[in-house]
Design a protein around this ligand. Structure first.
Ligand code: NAD
Length: 505
């Protein structure tokens, strides 16, 4: 059994570093090659195939400085000083800081992707690179903070977006650097500073990210410590941050436990919790397009992204053809016998029909080939996704598996498909989607499922702005209702009233 963060060849960390350094040297002179993987026609996903030129090592110790602090108290105090300095700056100054952050994060997107993959062992480097680039370029900035004016016989009222102050942010293992980059841009654009308490198993890549942000902010003319972090983050330090009197607002991104904790903190909390996104395919859908889109979405970063497709509910009359199309477009279709062996590998405990099984933690985010190997199934090549035809009750339909094993089930008609999708989503209100050409059915599902993101006829990452329109966010706050968070979510509204004057007509 490989340990979390380990590798299939059982190489030592030193051996991995030597190989990584050689790879970096070898690729450093080669141009970036771009290719398209199994993606839907409407939402191509560009996969850069190079390895980083620079940082491919993991620092053994976390040094303090450059935004990294020993305690929550120190990190909050420094971020408090920085907030007051930012508050005194012009909007143009704030925009210069954001521009510098975007440029730096694009420059370092690849090394951060390699670092996060190396440390967590989750997902795929090329997809982490896409996520880092996406948040660096498409997270909303100050441009969305449009003030409102109301005029009438009694004068002028102005409503503006103001900062809260110091925000406490808690980040997940699944998108460690992309969440930090995205939160930083949105929170600073709104005029706040931020203290991060990251997931302990992402400490090193996160601290590297904080240091890069620190330097980018200073290069952009901003104060030191606008972005700070706790050097040795733990659950306890996360809870200390949640209760700290210097923190004005919380933004937590993770599973149900941290969301519950933040909601009990007594502070205003923006909570981005778990999901179990269903995709419905009806009889009117373009099945080849659906198969390609579902494969690209469900295999994105090995299914660890919270919006990734987690279960497919098709109507009976097209399910066989959909499965065939998935097989033709690169998915590995599991036989009944193989599914049993995969279940034994991926579940440490099954709790019966329609219940959430317990998944083997060390297979979360792993490549499909590693899961097959663990199940004792030989396979050539590197399939992106394992697909299993299952009954409606199968535990894979009911859990957020976060591994590239996708269940496909079927029901007699589209109404029942929408109902089952709603049940399987567990009321998280996170993400869902549908492949159909029936606009009535698409509208019915969108209304019924009631999720923060609903994607029609495309991979679910299109809902994050990757191959779809709109800003991106990696903190999708469904429990507290902000949806894809951005600068407005991290702002408070202030009103300024001029009585009886300044209506100019
Ligand atoms: P996790 O809940 O284990 O950890 C998330 C963060 O919360 C970590 O920093 C962790 O240290 C902290 N934490 C956990 N329990 C805590 C507690 N009781 N008190 C204080 N802090 C606590 O989640 P994960 O495994 O890192 O991430 C995967 C989960 O996050 C999935 O459920 C996924 O759907 C969800 N997620 C949601 C979004 C979104 O935008 N809605 C984005 C990414 C991940």
């Amino acid at each position: 059994m490989s340990r979390p963060g380990g590798n299939a060849l059982n190489l030592s960390d030193q051996q991995v570093d030597i190989i990584a350094t050689r790879l970096a040297e070898r690729f450093s002179t080669q141009p970036v090659i771009k290719t398209t993987i199994a993606a839907p026609r409407s939402a191509p996903i560009i996969v850069p195939r190079v390895v980083s030129r620079s940082v491919l090592h993991v620092t053994p110790h976390i040094n303090l400085g450059e935004g990294v602090f020993a305690s929550v108290d120190d990190a909050v105090a420094a971020a408090g000083v920085a907030f007051r300095e930012l508050d005194g700056m012009s909007l143009a100054g704030r925009q210069k800081i954001i521009a510098s952050i975007r440029a730096s994060m694009l420059e370092h997107a690849e090394e951060l992707a390699v670092h996060a993959h190396r440390e967590t062992g989750l997902g795929r480097v090329e997809h982490k690179l896409i996520k880092n680039r996406l948040v660096a370029s498409k997270t909303a900035g100050t441009e969305v903070l449009t003030s409102h004016a109301v005029t009438g016989d009694h004068g002028l009222t102005l409503i503006e977006y103001a900062p809260f102050g110091v925000i406490g942010a808690i980040t997940p293992t699944t998108n460690p650097t992309s969440t930090i980059i995205c939160n930083t841009i949105a929170m600073l654009a709104a005029g706040n500073s931020v203290v991060f308490n990251v997931h302990p198993s992402t400490r090193e890549c996160s601290m590297a990210n904080i240091r890069l942000l620190h330097h980018a902010i200073i290069r952009g003319g901003g104060p030191a410590n606008l972005v700070t972090a706790v050097a040795e983050p733990t659950i306890e330090s996360a809870q200390t941050l949640m209760g700290h009197k210097g923190i004005r607002l919380l933004a937590v991104t993770g599973g149900s436990g941290v969301v519950r904790q933040a909601m009990c903190s007594g502070k205003r909390a923006i909570c981005a919790g778990p999901g179990n996104p269903p995709v419905v395919v009806d009889a009117t859908a373009d099945l080849e397009h659906a198969a390609r889109g579902i494969i690209a979405g469900a295999s994105f970063d090995n299914n660890i992204v919270c919006v990734d497709e987690k279960e497919v509910i098709a109507v009976d009359c097209i399910v066989e053809e959909l499965l065939q199309q998935m097989g033709r477009n690169g998915a590995y279709l599991l036989t009944t016998g193989e599914l049993q062996r995969v279940e034994e590998a991926i579940f440490s405990e099954q709790r019966g029909p329609r219940q959430r099984a317990v998944v083997e933690k060390d297979l979360i985010g792993k490549n499909a080939s590693e899961i097959l190997a663990r199940a004792g199934i030989s396979c050539s090549g590197d399939p992106r996704l394992l697909v299993a035809h299952v009954t409606n009750d199968h535990p894979l339909i009911w859990i957020e598996q976060m591994m590239p094993v996708l269940p496909v089930t079927s029901v007699p008609d589209v109404e029942q498909a929408i109902e089952l999708a709603k049940e399987a989503e567990h009321g998280f209100g996170h993400s869902a989607g549908m492949y159909s050409r029936d606009i009535d059915a698409l509208s019915r599902m969108a209304r019924t499922i009631n999720t923060s993101i609903f994607t029609k006829n495309g991979s679910f990452y299109a809902g994050l702005g990757e191959g779809g329109e709109g800003h991106t966010s990696f903190t999708i706050a469904s429990p507290t209702g902000e949806g894809l968070t951005g600068p407005i979510s991290f702002s408070r509204l202030r009103r300024c009233v001029m009585v009886d004057h300044f209506r100019i007509i």
